[in-house]
Design a binder for this molecule. Sequence first.
Ligand SMILES: NC(=O)c1ccc[n+]([C@@H]2O[C@H](COP(=O)([O-])OP(=O)(O)OC[C@H]3O[C@@H](n4cnc5c(N)ncnc54)[C@H](OP(=O)(O)O)[C@@H]3O)[C@@H](O)[C@H]2O)c1
Length: 257
Amino acid sequence: MTILDAFRLDGRVALITGAARGLGWEIATALAETGAHVLLNGRTAERIQPRVDALRARGLSADAAPFDMADRNGMEQAVRAALASRSIDILINNVGERDRRALDDLSTDDFERLIDVDLNAAFALAKLVLPGMLDRRAGRIIMVTSIAADLATPRSASYIAAKGGLAALVRAMAAETGVHGVTCNAIAPGFFMTETNEAMFNSPAGTRWRERVPMRRFAEPREIAGAALFLASDAASYVNGHTLVVDGGVSATFMMP
Ligand SMILES: NC(=O)c1ccc[n+]([C@@H]2O[C@H](COP(=O)([O-])OP(=O)(O)OC[C@H]3O[C@@H](n4cnc5c(N)ncnc54)[C@H](OP(=O)(O)O)[C@@H]3O)[C@@H](O)[C@H]2O)c1
């Protein structure tokens, strides 16, 4: 096997949450392009199916796995249905909702709801796919966190707490699963441009954020997807419990505007 072969995912099945757009879509595309059968998740079949069709039109292998991360019954049904026909070798937990309210405006209910979707649901999903991975003594669990887990900003307390929890969860899971051949890692992106944040990144505040990046630009989602491919592949067979930061140097520097 050459080192390039080690990056291929032929015969693997990958479930990617939040794959209708943004980073999840780019990760799903990258994994499908390298040979994986990808299960695309999003809240509704209507938004996911066109993406599945687009991959199939390119001769790639994909199915839809719609469910809302907030709905545990729906999640369990969808994952068990998928597992009935194929094993899941790779889980990319990419969904990360955000609540930009200040502490004063953030109720404990609001806080709990976001922690539930961004952190608790990620654990619940990992629990559904882990038994098969442990049986096969092979698997990859990858959580998408954020540099916000370590670098706090105002008006994001629940998001920052959830991402910090996910980073810690990855280390805790890695400590138990490594001996069974299953690795658990995280990707911590910096700023990248998606439909969801386009308006904010194009505002004066976005210009100030851009000045904070040593590369003076936001990433394209595609530039983060390679990190997911690496962690999902045999090329990362000895990477476990790691958070791979992909932020253009933001967290390594203290940039004066
Ligand atoms: N953008 C950034 O600058 C940035 C920086 C650091 C980290 N991140 C992290 O990167 C990840 C992806 O961010 P993104 O900007 O690519 O997101 P995005 O463009 O907002 O995409 C969101 C995707 O997640 C799905 N989704 C949202 N809530 C869901 C739920 N409860 N259940 C199932 N699917 C759900 C959406 O599906 P629907 O079609 O159902 O809406 C959509 O496919 C997140 O974890 C985020 O925290 C982003």
